[in-house]
Ligand binder design. Structure first.
Ligand SMILES: Cc1cc2nc3c(=O)[nH]c(=O)nc-3n(C[C@H](O)[C@H](O)[C@H](O)COP(=O)(O)O)c2cc1C
Length: 165
């Protein structure tokens, strides 16, 4: 599997989480890389089977939370309806930032399959858990698409049986 992890980061936490996610995927045999939302690696995006987008929570700590760097996210290249997973890093309370990020990334034509909030004091463990969930969910996707393929083959066999009769 090939994955691109795109991050928007002000003080480095989200970038660090993105790098941890890439390491976990690589340990699983994935070809994964990361880039900033300010300079998206278009070649890696084109080749990716899975896209991850992460940003930070911007707000008044307990109120008005929203995705940080929303201006940059709104200008992301279109994601081509690829399976996409989102995450946010935060300090105290992420509010509805994950839902807002999901909406933003859906606008950029990402097929958002899921997301997770990661507390900055548990950055490493949170990023590892998120990566594991993405890897597991993608394995499910591969099985589902193989089952779909088998169903098509079965149908074709049925058709040819009718012709034979
Ligand atoms: C301007 C600003 C506003 C923030 N607002 C919130 C907030 O409303 N709620 C929260 O839980 N964390 C808030 N944070 C904390 C960041 O979301 C958190 O530190 C995050 O991990 C930063 O990611 P980064 O290092 O990738 O920029 C804020 C941080 C900054 C700099």
């Amino acid at each position: 599997m090939r994955a691109l992890v795109i991050h928007e980061s002000l003080t480095g936490n989200t970038r660090t989480a993105a790098r941890t996610i890439v390491s976990e995927m690589a340990a699983e045999g994935w070809e994964a890389s990361e880039c900033s939302s300010r300079q998206v690696d278009l070649r890696a995006l084109q080749q990716a089977d899975v896209v991850v987008v992460g940003t930070w929570v911007d707000g008044l700590i307990l109120f008005g939370q929203r995705p940080g760097g929303a201006g940059k996210l709104a200008k992301l290249p279109l994601l081509g309806n690829k399976p996409t997973y989102v995450f946010v890093t935060y300090a105290v309370d992420p509010g509805k930032t994950l839902d807002k990020l999901t909406a933003e990334i859906t606008e950029r034509c990402g097929d958002v399959r899921g997301g997770m909030v990661i507390k900055r004091h548990k950055l490493h463990d949170g990023a590892v858990e998120f990566a594991r969930r993405v890897i597991d969910a993608s394995a499910g996707d591969i099985e589902a698409s193989a089952a779909e393929h088998t169903a098509v083959v079965d149908l074709a066999a049925g058709d040819s049986a009718v012709v034979d009769a």
